[in-house]
Design a binder for this molecule. Structure first.
Ligand code: T5A
Length: 209
């Protein structure tokens, strides 16, 4: 097991809430302070993880059962942690991840309805006692998020293409986790002009450094 010396910052939340945009701003901010940053994402982040991403998010596999979906997200995470995250942390780098384990609790438990106990057991099998330094949750009405994704001109992935109640339950799942574990979650209102969202997020980051 590597000794983690760096920090792991996760940006998570509603679809289209601005995670990718905000992570780029955090990355530039940290690099301007001389920190070495690894920008990554889930599902994905490694060659194996990116292949799993293509499969699990494909709108062409509507027949995928809920348990297969859960196992694929978890398999991608096991590879991500061991191949990329732990080595980077051991070198003292800051890992910035677009989504991580809180997404499984929100989407596969709160939205899909799989047992929380099963998901926590799987997360602990994959992660052991590892947990991110902070989960920054960009909170946004999923309808607003989907409008942003549409405006970007891209199609919806298999999970975005669920009904709106599914996405609302996932949003509630993030808020419940943040309430339950305030020491490792920070909730940011993502329904503000981008400079304000960036400013609120950087205040959380600076408090960690
Ligand atoms: N999933 C994932 C699970 O079910 N279980 C799991 O365990 C994991 C890890 C992953 C999907 O998989 C699910 C959740 C997801 O459904 P994804 O690519 O992470 O897919 O998901 P998305 O949230 O759909 O990612 P997006 O790239 O679409 O959205 P982002 O990154 O949140 O948003 P971003 O930065 O690309 O911004 C979207 C648009 O909005 C604009 C941006 O310029 C961009 O055009 N924007 C704003 N506009 C106005 N005001 C602001 N404040 C704005 N911020 C950004």
């Amino acid at each position: 097991m590597f000794v983690a010396k760096g920090l792991m910052i996760v940006c998570d939340g509603s679809n289209g809430a601005g995670k990718t945009t905000i992570l780029k701003a955090i990355s530039a901010h940290l690099e301007s302070k001389g920190r070495e940053v690894v920008l990554t994402r889930e599902p994905g982040g490694t060659p194996i993880g990116e292949k799993i991403r293509a499969l699990v998010l494909s709108p062409e596999t509507p027949e995928m059962c809920d348990m297969t979906e859960l196992m694929l997200f978890s398999a991608a995470r096991a590879q991500h942690l061991n191949e990329k995250i732990l080595p980077a942390l051991a070198e003292g780098k800051i890992v910035l991840s677009d989504r991580f384990s809180a997404a499984t609790v929100s989407f596969q438990h709160y939205a899909r309805g799989l047992s929380l106990d099963a998901i926590e057991q799987l997360n602990s099998l994959v992660l052991g006692d590892f947990k991110p330094t902070i989960n920054i949750i960009l909170d946004l009405d999923p309808l607003v998020g989907l409008k942003r994704v549409h405006a970007r001109g891209e199609g919806l992935d298999r999970l975005e293409d669920q009904d709106i109640n599914f996405l609302n339950r996932a949003r509630e799942g993030y808020l419940k986790q943040a309430e339950q574990y305030p020491e490792s979650f920070a909730v940011i209102n993502a329904d503000q002009p981008l400079p304000s969202v960036i400013q609120d997020t950087l205040s959380v980051i600076d408090a960690l450094l």
